[in-house]
Design a protein around this ligand. Structure first.
Ligand SMILES: C[S@@+](CC[C@H](N)C(=O)[O-])C[C@H]1O[C@@H](n2cnc3c(N)ncnc32)[C@H](O)[C@@H]1O
Length: 385
């Protein structure tokens, strides 16, 4: 399968079968109320920033991508919603819901890269958790800006370069191979979600570890592209730090949400502007950032060494899968208070604990190590291997 087809098939499969898509509907067909409620919180917050009261949503033309829960919110408040998603069942569910509840929703299944979404058409474009997963994000940005009406507003959340959590996620993605998906899914479910796959933690792991594209952007580059395309930024928290790995909260750095207004109606041609765009691709947190701190650079070296040993078959696949699930505990443990990795990180610093973990892993799990070989031999003699 070529790269483009792999991207399409895997993104669809991942979100429909392994993460998020199925989360918002129970087996009995009813939507899980809390997940809709959770999305309402951030949609309402965005609408406040956009200065759009809920009662002004009536008949507003809204464009949205995602699992359907955000579209349901806008449609419930009377908006005229166009929705698309690369997934098929998400679209089917949303269209069925709209028909049953007599809401104005037109939803279709397509990759945003090839989809026609219209020009000068929408009052609001709402994109949360989308930009980072598009194959070539900046080309979709051209499409989004063209699709906005003059004076239309767009909300865009994005994966911010410089977050510790994405350092860990990129380390995991660097080490892992695709063939480990099923093993990771099983191990994670057995260890953390009472054997259930239809669970937040399972969706997170599947999404972070295996979605084909996970771009991280520095806000400087996002802002550059928005301005290049003529968009006006009307709200941004101005956090331009290169990175911050020192805090212990899940989001330790700002600058990952942006609000845009379009002040013109001229059509932008992708071919004319393409070369100047900076968010065609994201920044890898392991390979594309220059870190000053010695401990971070040491950890990058250890991550590369583990990969090398794994490729050379000196480390077993199951041990690498377990390591990756363990690494995730530094950033998204199921229950923060109960995670030893997380709690220790809070005390002595995240990278110090990561360092201890990676070193121990290499010392204890490299099968070519003399002591490990000798111990394996002992086990074999006792019939334990
Ligand atoms: C993280 S999830 C959605 C988050 C969203 N905030 C929500 O609650 O529905 C990402 C969504 O984007 C969709 N998606 C990813 N890449 C896409 C693409 N290239 N074209 C269309 N949809 C895409 C996925 O199928 C998935 O539903």
């Amino acid at each position: 399968m070529d790269n483009k087809n792999y991207y399409k098939n895997m993104t669809n499969f991942l979100y429909q079968e392994l993460a998020w898509g199925h989360m918002f509907k129970k087996k009995d067909g009813k939507y899980i109320k809390n997940t809709d409620n959770n999305s309402e919180i951030y949609i309402k917050e965005s609408l406040r920033k956009m200065k759009i009261p809920l009662n002004k949503l009536k008949n507003k033309k809204v464009f949205n991508i995602g699992t359907g829960r955000e579209s349901r919110f806008f449609a419930k408040h009377g908006a005229d919603v166009t929705h698309l998603d690369i997934g098929k069942s998400t679209v089917k569910n949303l269209n069925n819901w709209a028909k049953k509840n007599k809401k104005k929703v037109f939803s279709f299944s397509s990759d945003i890269e090839t989809a026609k979404i219209g020009v000068d058409k929408y009052d609001i474009i709402f994109l949360s958790g989308i930009y980072q997963h598009i194959n070539v994000p900046a080309l979709a940005l051209v499409k989004f800006i063209n699709a906005l009406k003059k004076d239309g507003l767009m909300y865009m959340g994005f994966y911010r370069s410089g977050e510790f959590k994405y350092f860990i996620v990129d380390a995991i993605r660097f080490i892992l191979e695709k063939k480990q998906l099923s093993e990771i899914r099983n191990l994670n479910a057995i260890l953390f979600t009472l054997g259930e796959f239809n669970h937040y933690q399972s969706s997170r792991v599947m999404d972070d570890f295996f979605v084909p594209k996970k771009h991280n952007f520095h806000p400087r580059d996002i802002i550059h592209d928005i301005k290049l395309l003529g968009g006006k930024i009307f709200y941004f928290d101005n956090d331009f730090r290169e990175y911050s790995h020192s805090g212990s909260s899940y989001f330790s750095i700002g600058g990952d949400r942006i609000y845009i207004k379009k002040k013109f109606s001229k059509l932008i041609k992708e071919s004319v502007i393409k070369k100047k765009l900076r968010t065609l691709n994201g920044k890898n947190q392991i390979t594309d950032i220059k870190y000053k701190e010695n401990i971070i650079n040491q950890n990058i070296k250890l991550i590369k060494l583990i990969k090398k040993k794994y490729k050379a078959k000196k480390i077993n696949q199951i041990d690498v899968s377990s390591l990756c699930i363990g690494l995730y505990q530094f950033t998204r443990p199921l229950v923060m208070e109960e995670s030893e990795y997380y709690q220790k990180s809070k005390k002595i610093g995240r990278h110090n604990v990561v360092n201890e973990y990676l070193k121990n892993f290499i010392n204890n799990f490299d099968q070519s190590n003399k002591n490990i070989k000798a111990f394996n031999k002992k086990l074999a003699l006792k019939g334990l291997k």
